[in-house]
Design a protein around this ligand. Sequence first.
Ligand code: ZN
Length: 214
Amino acid sequence: MRPHLTARQAGLLNCHVCGQLARAPAEAAGPPRCPRCAAPLHLRKPASITTTWALILAAALLYLPANLLPIMVTTSLVNHQVDTIMSGVIFLWVDGQWPLAVVVFFASVVVPLLKILALTHLTASVQRRSRHRTLQRARLYRLVEFVGRWSMLDIYVITLLVALVQFRGLATVEAGPAAVAFGAVVVLTMFAALTFDPRLIWDPLTDSEASDHD
Ligand SMILES: [Zn+2]
């Protein structure tokens, strides 16, 4: 890669709130603040790695009840049925609604798991200051961020099913405790992607260039 000057090396700080670029003040001037919106300025998101780890861990723990506890409870005159995500997927598949089964399987089982694994890989590699595959990791981060907004798809499917069944008046459908856990997994992984500072991916490269001049 071509050597280049980074904002950090030039003593410039970027405001996380309004995007204003500011010059870092002298040490004695106290904690730097944005000249435009007065928000505290940081070179990198503060405690990015620790916060992201905490959010990933919470998401990984909640992934278990999200998949093991009932997500949907159906009660009609003749039966009382409790469904987990997987039993729901199997039911849809057997019932011949395989496109819906595939959507629910990917949106609620595969994607959240891949997201947790991708965030774990990103945070772990940044923590040990890896200098390998930086571009691929930057792309992976963008993908995780992009996928975030589609993750609530499964909750929409359940909402739709509940509305459909209630409308036909055949039975009552209620969201089970797994729905809350699942929603929490989605929100926690979105926050983890937000607290992760992608600039940390590139820092080991520019740091080693800077140390060459020392
Ligand atoms: Zn600002």
